[in-house]
Design a binder for this molecule. Structure first.
Ligand SMILES: [Mg+2]
Length: 365
């Protein structure tokens, strides 16, 4: 069996999150962009992957075409770890993080999709689950509103929709306070700050937010690899710390666990060389007793791959699902949560039929 094609599809889909155009302090997210990758074989089996993401999709797509596809076409898709490791080594000066790592992640996910189809098993069973899993718990991951009124309205809406875990992307106290007030004491609340603070500022904010009883404080410092600072925030700030979406290597996660001592590691399947990289981090975290909380605020095969990985784990970590509505998805209704849960596909591989008509309609670049 040989790989005959590795093709990126960059789509841009209108979305509604109930707030103003994202985001005032970075490149605006006019649409929700996704980079899907289709891998074809000479035996007619096809796999789909996803590489990170959002405003960098075009660059990742270029890396798929120019850095990954030439090294994958003609190779056997079945020995996934050997193939992706070989490509990572051949691109050693750019495959560790950034768009080439994201492109390699997309290839890896597609190869796992193919592996599941060959085995005629849903991926979560191929990954070791002995039980049938019908649905997975999810958490609502609210985009940053920057407005107390909007945080109040949408936190309430998430609770009404059945979520028992809500994550904000806010950096100011009034927004966090209103969310806790609206959600009450029983709904778990997390805050992802996306690396805004110095270590001193982060310690001060962690203390200020103590009354809101956060399940975790996510990525409180810049730069994201300031592991010593994270250890300090956890100890002096008295709050559980989560991080890892900016990491792409095993070494990054060793540091997050052993030096930073984070309470939750958050590997991202579209960044960390796919499911192969995720499995290495899960094993590492398990050996150290650290909880894995996968990063998955995206809407392509990466979201499905995360669901299969989480469903295969006895811990069943909740799925991060962006709290927004898409105009359309090539994955159909599989990207939607119901009553705070994601439905698990039971078909072979990722278990999702990709609607290429939707891709054709929203494709850009
Ligand atoms: Mg995050």
């Amino acid at each position: 069996m040989k790989i005959t094609g590795v093709e990126p599809f960059h789509i841009s889909v209108p979305y509604n999150y109930g707030g103003p155009l994202q985001k005032a302090d970075s490149i605006p997210w006019r649409n929700m962009e996704t980079l899907l990758v289709k891998v074809t074989t000479d035996e007619g089996v096809t796999g789909w992957g996803e590489g990170f993401g959002f405003t960098i999709c075009g660059t990742t797509g270029y890396a798929v075409t120019h850095a990954i596809a030439p090294l994958a076409v003609g190779r056997d898709p079945r020995d996934i770890a050997a193939l992706t490791t070989d490509i990572a080594r051949k691109q050693q000066n750019c495959s560790r993080n950034g768009p080439v790592a994201f492109a390699l992640s997309a290839l890896d996910i597609a190869l796992w999709d193919i592996a599941g189809k060959i085995a005629n098993q849903p991926l979560y069973k191929l990954l070791g689950s002995k039980e049938t899993v019908d649905r997975m718990p999810a958490y609502a991951s609210l985009l940053r509103y920057g407005s107390v009124d909007l945080v109040e309205r949408h936190s309430a809406r998430a609770a009404e929709q059945g979520y028992v875990r809500v994550k904000l992307h806010e950096i100011q106290t009034p927004q966090v306070a209103i969310a806790r007030k609206v959600l009450g004491p029983d709904i778990k609340l997390m805050v992802d700050t996306n690396c805004p603070w110095t270590p001193d500022q982060a310690v001060a904010m962690a203390k200020e937010w103590a009354p809101y009883n956060l399940l975790w404080l996510e990525e409180p410092v810049w730069p994201p690899e300031d592991y010593a600072a994270m250890a300090r925030i956890r100890k002096e700030g008295g709050v559980p710390v989560a991080a890892g979406e900016c990491g792409s290597t095993y070494a990054d996660f060793l540091q997050l666990i052993d030096t930073a001592g984070v309470n939750y590691v958050q590997p991202s399947v579209t960044k960390i060389h796919g499911l192969t990289g995720m499995l290495r981090v899960v094993e590492l975290a398990r050996s150290r007793g650290t909880t894995v909380a996968p990063h998955s605020p995206y809407f392509g095969p990466g979201l499905m791959a995360t669901m299969h990985l989480s469903a295969s784990m006895p811990e069943k970590p909740p799925i991060e699902r962006f709290f927004l509505e898409l105009e359309a998805s090539p994955l159909g209704d599989w990207v939607n949560a119901q009553d705070g849960h994601m439905r698990m596909p039971q078909g072979p591989g990722l278990g999702v039929d990709i609607d290429e008509a939707v891709i054709a309609k929203y494709r850009i670049g």
